[in-house]
Design a protein around this ligand. Structure first.
Ligand SMILES: Nc1ncnc2c1ncn2[C@@H]1O[C@H](COP(=O)(O)OP(=O)(O)OP(=O)(O)O)[C@@H](O)[C@H]1O
Length: 258
């Protein structure tokens, strides 16, 4: 179980400024074992930041994160990974010189038999014969790197897997395969939890619970069946930006040509 309590994450409003902007604002959230949770909401609401705080990529200003009874707020990423948390970035890293097979082995923590590699890659719609010996470098497309990263999380098989917009850049056919994979993991009901940050209706429909995050706060949370009918209304209720002149910004200072 993941228990987030009064979490705050602030950043300086500009470089060197002592004034702070609150990205995550006193957020409390519990994610039970065996649950498929989708975190959704408007762009810039703080979803990726929350995922990074859970994984330890960012350090909170205050508040606590407890995973299976252990306070992980101060723990580094690798310790959290050892405890069973896995995270797929919105924009995965590339590893020049690292072959796909090696990356899967590292993720699994052991040398994987070919059969397992085939299975993990096929779950994200990739054929291992075409990918295992390729390097995870700039020659792979964005969608390929994204799917390989998801395959590494499947190979790691964490107790809590967090995927940040797994649909991003993935073609329709591979996306179909991926939603089946998420459904299968969830249906196994073996104590594992999946948290997916997504704007995709088909992923939202797979969820047990939905968390609607806006302005760094949980604006709504509940069973998918209850929240889905309300989601359209929430999306429409986003206020339109009203233009105000920033006091220190003069538009003539902004270059308009490259
Ligand atoms: N380290 C940082 N420094 C300054 N601003 C940040 C930092 N991290 C996040 N932000 C800002 O915080 C807000 C929330 O960002 P975040 O990426 O968490 O949003 P999101 O809900 O995941 O958005 P999207 O749906 O577009 O992926 C954004 O306005 C972003 O620019």
């Amino acid at each position: 179980m993941l228990e987030i309590k009064d979490l705050v994450f602030e950043v300086p409003v500009s470089e060197g400024s002592s004034e702070k902007r609150r990205i995550i604002d006193n957020l409390s959230l519990t994610i039970d074992d065996d649950k498929f949770t989708v975190i959704t909401g408007p762009n810039g609401g703080g979803k990726s930041t929350l995922a990074k705080l859970i994984m330890g990529v960012e350090v909170p200003t205050s508040g606590s994160i407890v995973f299976d009874g252990t306070d992980i707020t101060e723990l580094p990423i690798d310790e959290r990974a050892k405890l069973g948390i896995g995270y797929g970035f919105q924009q995965p890293a590339r590893f020049k010189g690292m072959k796909v097979k090696k990356l899967l082995d590292i993720a699994a923590g052991k040398k994987l038999p070919m059969l397992s590699c085939n299975e993990y890659l096929s779950k994200v719609g990739l054929c291992s014969a075409n990918y295992l010996t390729r390097e995870v470098d700039k020659n792979l497309s964005g969608g390929e790197v994204k799917r390989i990263e998801i395959a590494t999380i499947l190979a790691r098989d964490p107790k809590l897997a967090i995927y940040d917009e797994p649909e991003a850049g993935i073609d329709l056919w591979s996306f179909d395969r991926l939603t089946e994979t998420f459904r299968d993991i969830h249906e196994a009901r073996d104590g594992r939890s999946i948290v997916i940050i997504s704007h995709q209706e088909r992923i939202i429909q797979l969820a047990d619970d939905i968390v609607w995050l806006k302005d760094g706060q949980v604006e709504a949370q509940g069973p998918a069946a209850e929240l889905i009918p309300k989601l359209g209304l929430m999306a429409k209720s986003n206020p339109v930006c009203s233009f105000t002149q920033p006091p220190e910004l003069h538009l003539t200072e902004i270059p308009t040509t490259c």
